[in-house]
Design a protein around this ligand. Structure first.
Ligand code: NOJ
Length: 522
């Protein structure tokens, strides 16, 4: 009998390294901080950790601007700390996934420095995407080579003093690599081996769909940027890269890769999941869906259908370091107090009942909301800066975790230290310390759901069956587990089965609005 690979139904906990736990007292999280909290993560009941980038970086985009792919930024620790973290995580029964950022480097990466110092047309420039501009409106003016936008606002091109423009799909400080250049391929294959040899269990591939661009660099001219097989994302050439990566991963035991693929076309995801490519791709649709049973059902159905032909399992996510925390997304404009927490807990039961794997984002187990009122001076996200404050950006979901105590830094850092983003005073009631041992806390609920899921998973089939339900609810069954989610305001009758766990206490056989239940199928 073949064993189910560990990632197929894993619950992975995303650690935003800078905001998780600070052991050094510089106000930023670090690897030793993570190590000191492994007991917490084991007790939470997750299977694996995904660490956001901790490599040397000027942090123009929170570390997704990597200056050296084979080291640890001194503010986050050392390679020795990393090795110790891998060993300790494994000793705690936790797998470790690291982020790899192959679409772009930092502008401080040695390759880009060389490219800037070298003349147009030189081999050093060929590792990136340099192009001449186009004549602009006025005399002597020049426009970028094409109309591609940066995902963070403004054009995707920046001009060097010598007149050439370079491409950056993200911030100016993140020049895109030229994946048609063999140096780039070899370099990343070597980087993969570097971390595999250090014992990582997998990679989360940043901007996985973007590596190869259409090489004529024509204008988008109104075409969607996320279209499959468009000029920017999900071009056919990208798959060849992942086949090569897969061969490397397969040389090691039980290593995996998950791609960050944003696409307008769910069928596009299946291409990445072919048996000789990636093991997982994020399915972001739950994260994008409104609080509606019909919307959730459609999304689940579409996602399951899209990956089914590949034999891979779906991969679900409700929140990440790039999105507004789902608890806040579930607030009602008119504001019924507490409804967002009720919904977030119910959503967890849906998430964890679905076939496949689930990625949680640090702090959701505490019910942390998005911090919407950060002062402008504190904001770090390039989206905020590039939009002149027009878009708040993603800092609100990156505020450090509150561990203990009554005031900032809430045990995130040493007493008296100011964390890199300010923490709300109201978080005193949301700390791990405040929630631990409280049977009604969000943390206790997460632990119960994860523990129960772990017990149930070995007996759950891969597929799911929809049961008849009132319109505001959805009932799904996976063999011995039935999950009922009521997105409406009024109670609905529970489907048959013995209740195992509910997000709020049911009344008799009625499931209240904005609640979910797991039942042992009859
Ligand atoms: C996706 C990452 O999750 C995000 O944080 C980053 O800004 C972009 N990719 C660019 O690397």
């Amino acid at each position: 009998m073949t064993r189910t690979p560990w990632w197929r139904d894993a619950v992975v906990y995303e650690i935003y390294v800078r905001g998780f736990a600070d052991s050094s007292g510089d106000g930023e999280g670090d690897l030793r901080g993570i190590r000191s909290r492994l007991g917490y993560l084991r007790d939470l009941g997750v299977d694996a950790l995904w660490l956001t980038p901790f490599y040397p970086s000027p942090l123009a985009d929170g570390g997704y601007d990597v200056a050296d792919y084979r080291d640890v930024d001194p503010r986050f620790g050392t390679l020795g700390d990393f090795d110790a973290l891998v060993a300790d995580a494994h000793a705690h029964g936790l797998r470790l996934i690291v982020d790899i950022v192959p679409n772009h480097t930092s502008d401080r990466h040695r390759w880009f420095r060389k490219a800037v110092a070298a003349p147009p047309g030189s081999p050093a420039r060929d590792r990136y995407i340099f192009r001449p501009g186009r004549p602009g409106e006025g005399p002597g003016e020049e426009d970028p080579p094409n109309d591609w936008p940066s995902a963070f606002g403004g054009p995707a091109w920046t001009r060097l003093p010598d007149g050439e423009w370079y491409l950056h799909l993200y911030a100016t400080e993140q020049p895109d690599l030229n994946w048609r250049n063999p140096d780039v391929r070899h370099e990343f294959e070597d980087i993969l081996r570097f971390w595999l040899d250090r014992g990582v269990d997998g990679f989360r591939i940043d901007v996985a769909a973007g590596l190869v661009k259409e090489d004529c660099y024509r204008d988008l001219a109104g075409r969607g940027v996320r279209t499959a097989n468009g000029p920017v994302y999900s071009r056919p050439e990208v798959h060849e890269i992942y086949r090569g990566w897969r061969r490397i991963l397969d040389e090691y035991d039980e290593r995996m890769a998950i791609g960050e693929v944003w696409t307008d076309d769910p069928d596009d995801l299946a291409l990445y999941l072919r048996p000789d490519e990636l093991h997982q791709v994020f399915q972001f649709d739950l994260q994008l869906a409104p609080w509606s049973a019909a919307a959730f059902r459609d999304v689940v159905e579409a996602a399951v259908t899209a990956v089914a032909p590949t034999g891979a399992a779906p991969t679900w996510v409700l929140s990440s370091h790039d999105s507004i925390r789902h608890i806040t997304r579930y607030e009602q404009p008119e504001g019924v107090p507490g409804i967002e927490l009720a919904r977030a807990k119910a959503a967890l039961l849906l998430l964890l009942a679905l076939p496949g794997s689930a990625y949680l984002y640090q702090g959701e187990e505490l019910g942390l909301p998005e911090v919407v009122d950060l002062p402008d001076e504190a904001r770090q996200d390039p989206i905020f800066k590039r939009s002149d404050g027009g878009q708040l950006g993603r800092d609100g979901c990156r505020v450090p975790l509150p561990w203990s105590g009554k005031s900032e830094p809430f045990g995130f850092s040493l007493a008296g230290v100011r964390p890199w983003l300010p923490m709300p005073a109201e978080w005193a009631s949301l700390t791990v310390e405040a929630q631990e041992g409280d049977p009604s806390s969000t943390l206790t609920f997460y632990r119960a759901a994860l523990a129960l899921r772990r017990r149930l998973v070995p007996g759950l089939p891969d597929d799911l069956e929809w049961l008849d339900s009132p319109a505001a609810a959805l009932f799904l069954r996976r063999g011995p587990l039935t999950c009922a989610l009521n997105c409406g305001e009024n109670p609905v009758r529970l489907p048959p089965g013995r209740p195992l766990l509910t997000s709020i206490p049911p009344y008799g056989d009625l499931l209240p609005g904005n609640a979910a239940a797991w039942l042992a199928s009859p």
